[in-house]
Design a protein around this ligand. Structure first.
Ligand code: NAD
Length: 264
């Protein structure tokens, strides 16, 4: 039998693509599409809102009595309600919502003693592979390779550098024994700013509608090695979340990462 799926944040940009791809894969039985009560699309067919035609599931502000799994891409202030619902009804949870409060993260840790949760601020499969590789590669090439990270995102992005670029840098720092975050150098400006050995340079480009580009550059005298990831659109996060959901159904209680999902 297919797992019963609830999408939370279903009227959002991620939620609509999740809904479309969850239906397209045919691997889930979508039983509810939940969003906030004030959303103008509440009461309309969720498939129409997602651009895939009618699916006979209406956008609703209430959760159904039970399900196998919830996928949540909403807002930090909405995620706690989802965690409570999953705890009270013994439902597994995949959440990709970013900017969660410490309190919600702590609660998730406690609730994960009773239900299975995957929480990840980046659900892209390719990026998670890169997360697990960068530190190893830095150690393989050795300390004489200067490491610089360049990321590019659309003009609307608020934070800089991206959380993903910081995770890449942190993973390198941890695996190579660099002080974190003391090894970071953000941009470079000035008449005399030579590169300091052991630092990780961090550079952010903002422009147009770039979805997300990250490059880790490892350069020494004579050669440069580049590890790059390009997100073409949001679907890479959505496909990662669906893969996590499929993996999670039937797992024992626990707080899992995308590295667990992918076996990295
Ligand atoms: P969005 O603003 O388009 O969608 C958020 C949706 O949540 C909206 O439909 C909104 O109405 C709904 N919502 C808000 N409050 C709610 C409530 N109280 N109850 C129910 N629904 C509520 O945002 P988005 O671009 O779809 O992103 C959603 C989240 O996913 C953000 O936190 C974003 O940073 C994160 N995100 C994570 C990844 C990842 O890989 N983990 C990738 C992309 C986006």
């Amino acid at each position: 039998m297919k797992p019963n799926l609830i999408i939370h944040g279903a009227a959002g940009r991620m939620g609509r693509r999740l809904l479309a791809l969850a239906v397209e894969t045919g691997e889930f039985d979508l039983i509810a599409a939940v969003d906030r009560a004030e959303h103008p699309d509440i009461g309309t067919d969720a498939g129409l809102a997602a651009g895939i035609g009618e699916i006979n599931v209406q956008l609703d502000s209430a959760f159904p009595a039970t399900a196998d799994i919830v996928i949540d891409f909403s807002l930090p202030e909405a995620t706690e309600k989802v965690v409570d619902y999953c705890r009270d009804n013994n439902v597994a949870l995949v959440t990709g919502t970013t900017g969660l409060d410490e309190g919600v993260i702590e609660k998730m840790g406690v609730v994960a003693e009773r239900i299975a949760i995957v929480q990840a601020s980046n659900m892209s499969v390719g990026m998670n592979v890169l997360f697990s590789l960068v530190g190893k590669v830095a150690n393989m090439v050795g300390a004489d390779y200067d490491i610089e990270i360049v990321e590019a995102h659309h003009r609307f992005k608020k934070d800089s550098p991206s959380g993903t670029a910081l995770t890449l840098a942190e993973n390198i720092a941890k695996e190579t024994g660099r002080p974190w975050p003391g090894c970071l150098v953000h941009g470079r400006e000035g008449k005399v700013v030579p590169r300091q050995a052991g630092t990780i340079g961090m550079h952010a480009i903002r422009g147009g509608d770039i979805t997300g580009e990250h490059s880790v550059i490892l350069s020494t005298l004579g050669e440069t090695l580049k590890l790059s990831h390009s997100a073409h659109n949001r679907d890479n996060f959505v496909r990662g979340a669906l893969r996590a959901a499929k993996w999670l159904v039937g797992r024992p209680a626990g707080l899992y990462s995308m590295a667990d999902v992918l076996g990295l």
